[in-house]
Design a protein around this ligand. Sequence first.
Ligand code: SF4
Ligand code: SF4
Length: 341
Amino acid sequence: MRYKSLGATGLKVSRLGFGALQFTRIPEREAIKLVKTAYDAGINFFDTAHNYFNSEEILGKAIKGIRDKLIIASKSTSTEKKKFLDELNQTLTKLNTDYIDIFMFHDASNLERFTKLMQNGIIEALIKEKIKGKIGHIGFSCHNPEVIDKFYGIDEFEVIMLPINFVSKEFTEEKVYQKLVDNNIGILGMKPLGGGRLNNAELCLKYVKRYKEVIPVIGMEKLEELKQNIAYMEDNSGLKEKDWEEIKKIRQKLGEKFCRDCGYCLPCPQGINIPKVNFIKVYYDQFPLEDFIDDEREKEARKVDNCIECGECEEKCPYNLNIIDMLKENRDFYLEKAGRE
Ligand code: SF4
Ligand code: SF4
């Protein structure tokens, strides 16, 4: 396993990071085994969050005895100072540790949330926690390139977590990536596999590896996936012409309709699970056909009939997607493929 410095933090992080969200989908003993295997293979970076269900508790159990060898990141979504600090303390308790290496503002992706973070004294409070030694470094997770520029005004800004994949190229092939590098900010790449929407892990990781300062953080739930992703990250071969052709094809296919699954359009007043419905066509293309027809998926697709076209979701989507049209297309697609009226 190779390691690299994470921006100016002084942390030496494994070239592959482990995302612990998936721990909520597998038995606890399997999650613990995955962490131990990852650690034995040299992975020393694990990412979780206060709102990843019981991920922090499971990770806390898994890292018993090796905590001081690891770099752990977690996050809080709260924009209220007291709640934010409560969540920090809960994170430490659940992880069974007295410090967290990186603590991030989760989803600092729109200006309204960013303004609240600034006005509610959270940064100042976190700096105090940092001085006390509870937090090593302060960071943000963000899905919106327009908000990222605001972080540079905060002296304590050291780490960012943002989507890095060949479809969300607004973060890599625009000036966002280079500015972060020039400012020596540690970059954690979330959704390197498009949040499950891109199924060629080798191609995805070849793309991410072009951005040498990025530590991709992948949610993994099987030992096989873990071994394969490590092998892809260790492999030195870059993107060949045929890979670029494949990327071009996928980009064209997903076009301007690539829902990043960030959830910023939620909640919908009509209770429509927008990212889930937007995932229908992608699921059909990329996952086994026998799993496609599913009661839960059908229920979500049919809820699109309740859309009142209020436009709230489109206003909130950082990618300016035509959500109302996309929802209808995905609903119709499901009903057609499932042979429903
Ligand atoms: S436009 Fe439809 S899907 Fe979007 S928030 Fe309004 S009701 Fe929900
Ligand atoms: S529709 Fe937009 S805001 Fe909603 S999940 Fe997809 S990309 Fe995110």
